[in-house]
Design a protein around this ligand. Sequence first.
Ligand code: PBG
Length: 330
Amino acid sequence: MFPLSRNRRLRTNESIRSIVRETSLSTSDFMFPMFIAEGSNFIAEIPSMPGIYRRSLDLTIKEVKELWSIGIKAINIYVKVSDSLKDNTGKEAWNKDGLMQKSIRAIKDAVPGMIIMPDVALDPYSIYGHDGIIHKGQIVNDATNDALTLMSLSHADAGADFVAPSDMMDGRVLAIRRALEQNGHHNVGIMSYSAKYASSFYGPFRDALDSAPVDLQDVPKDKKTYQMDYANRIEAIKEALDDVEEGADIVMVKPGIAYLDIVREVKNAVNVPVAVFQVSGEYAMVKAASERGWLDHDKIMMEQLMCIKRAGANLISTYFAKEAAILMNK
Ligand code: PBG
């Protein structure tokens, strides 16, 4: 009770504030999402994501070496394949000589310590821009799981440390875990995008991979039959618990900043590490506002990352990883 208790005492100066600070950030909290393109010596900035690039594999390897040198320990990788390789089954996704599989092998070879977490979902390989196979206008769950399992095995064979299913099919974690076990990949982990919402914050990512759902008759216009309704909370917890039961080593909540209530609830419900994906649209908003001089870029970046961690994230997948690491190493 005042004046015995004065809450401002613990805020008197930076030294005091630092000894009572509850949350800290380190570069090993971050995962960096990277977009890989065909070709060589190719780099193109993604217009809606200033500072983020699609790079060919040779330039990606250079970048991964740099990330490693500044303390980044994990990358999430996504590939952009040409339209001629896309179909409804997504079968290029498990081509052992596909761009993803080649990239995993080459990055592992160049920077063996870097944890590689390839994305597992069919959308970059689907002519329809959906994460699953379409039959009679519906995204079919179990046939998609078979495809995701083949895809995951091909990633593990190539040397991935984790596979990261981002598709939101039911039962895919169990199917993938079983297949990994049966094929001797006991130590390949699963980071499941467990509570992934149908969010408009993914727009810039879909520009980066040219992977938005196409506008055709008999193709669902959005991903709402598999990604979650952003009005809901209970199913986020159920999704995370189901995934842990099915063998997920890490569960993820996505997007980040607008979903920190979910992060905390999932954190309290599970006994595995929780990852948060601060997605493309969140990144784009900070870049756009700070380019206009409306926000202080670095301060907003660090505040958001710290708040995501405070909410319960053990790991943060963020397009700010490199910039934040450089700032933190200063
Ligand atoms: C694809 C996938 C998406 C993201 C990660 N994996 C897009 C989507 O579900 O449409 C979004 C990431 C971002 O916006 O940064 N399965």
